[in-house]
Design a protein around this ligand. Sequence first.
Ligand code: ADP
Ligand code: ZN
Ligand code: MG
Length: 484
Amino acid sequence: MAELEAVIGLEVHAQLLTRSKMFCGCRAEYLGLPPNSNTCPTCLGLPGALPVINGRAVEMTIQTALALGCRIPEFSKFDRKNYFYPDLPKGYQISQYDLPLSLGGHLEFEVDGERRSCGITRVHLEEDAGTLHHAGEIHTAKFSLVDLNRAGVPLMEIVGEPDLRSPKEAPQYLRALRQLLLHLGVNDGNMEQGSLRCDANISLRPRGQREFGVKVEVKNMNSFRSLEAALEFEVRRQSAVIESGGTVRQETRGWSEAEQATVSQRSKEEAQDYRYFPEPDLPPLQVSRELVERLRAGLPEPPLRLRDRLRDQHQLAEEQAALITERPQDAAYFEAMVAAGAPPRSAANWQLGPLQALCKDAKLDIERSPVPAVELAGLVRMVEAGEVSGTTGREVLVEAFATSRSPVDLIRERGLIQVSDAAQMEAWVGEAIRQLPKAASDFQSGNDRALGPLVGAVRKASGGVANPDLASRLLRERLGRGGG
Ligand code: ADP
Ligand code: ZN
Ligand code: MG
């Protein structure tokens, strides 16, 4: 039997970071509010309430589409997608069917360091549904509670072409898409909370065959890892069906994190099941060329290009450049540090190491760091110039972060500027040897490990300001091991 090949296409839903909902004035931010408090007659679907299009959501969708190289038709419209579910108060979702806001682009991403490209079928705009809280497991719960705070939140759908060929390409595609959305500032990228969601379509076919096989749609993955695991599971499951002479059933399956398996949810619905028709309460969207060109001109540098530029311009390691450009705030912080005179590689190390750890502990975004880029740059410059040791620098950063003070001011105030003055250093070295005679003689007779405590004693004698490299050099000389 011919070897089987996977064909995969992703449909990604991204909540837009607008202030208000898609068709009413309620807040788009819905987390942490009392149930059903963020609602109005329009998003509750009360009779007679009329929708109004959120212009910002349209702009964000066009921006995303342009960044993906899509075409923006001048004429587009909203349609009703009819279905019943308790989280959908109107009995239909306002979406876009045959005339979406954009068509035909592509997304570049990387798999094991190799560039790939995946076609983008369309990017369109719709509204999110509410949320249900089941009293127990969905099928056995005595009741379910409906919360419509999320109903009507602007939702952008990015439909990918079936261009992916293995489960491990899917999370890489999604990573690149998430990064793009973050750089555009249109979505917060939070998969755990569901503001970025992904459905995966997968079919198998004998390698070499042109026609696609029957596809299965998998829902419910809320991490990159579960996306890949769900697709790997489907490859195994569908292969087994085909190899035992059966046929794959077209259906929608859900990923169960607990079982690490996909579970059948329902047989696949067709477009006709939704009885799409044009939304009569909204005018068609006429997108002017001026608007498109204005939005195109305002697009940020594409993330992959930004990464390559920073890597080449500042001789960063590949991995460093990737981490520093993962989110636009990080790239901005890094570029501000470099502009303030910090040597780029050290700047990246200090930012990705100690600073990021402090931000994470404090649950603070880097752009709200109590130590701004210029200040950290000042500290890094002092460390690089040998004015303070790395250890002192890190201690000072912790304090500066906790107190919102300038690390450079703290160093000056505390007299922490590293001393390299010869006479001063000789005196501290002498004192260290007097205090640790055993370590001194051990080191003299060849025990290298005895040097550490001696350097520590020099630093202590100096109140932490002795240059540690110079201290160990002087100790070596004094103890007759200056040659090596
Ligand atoms: P549907 O009519 O079921 O919505 P679409 O043609 O609109 O199907 O495609 C939906 C998604 O499924 C797209 O992301 C597309 O790339 C993907 N897809 C389509 N056909 C296949 C296939 N045979 N195997 C895997 N993915 C597919
Ligand atoms: Zn509302
Ligand atoms: Mg479809």
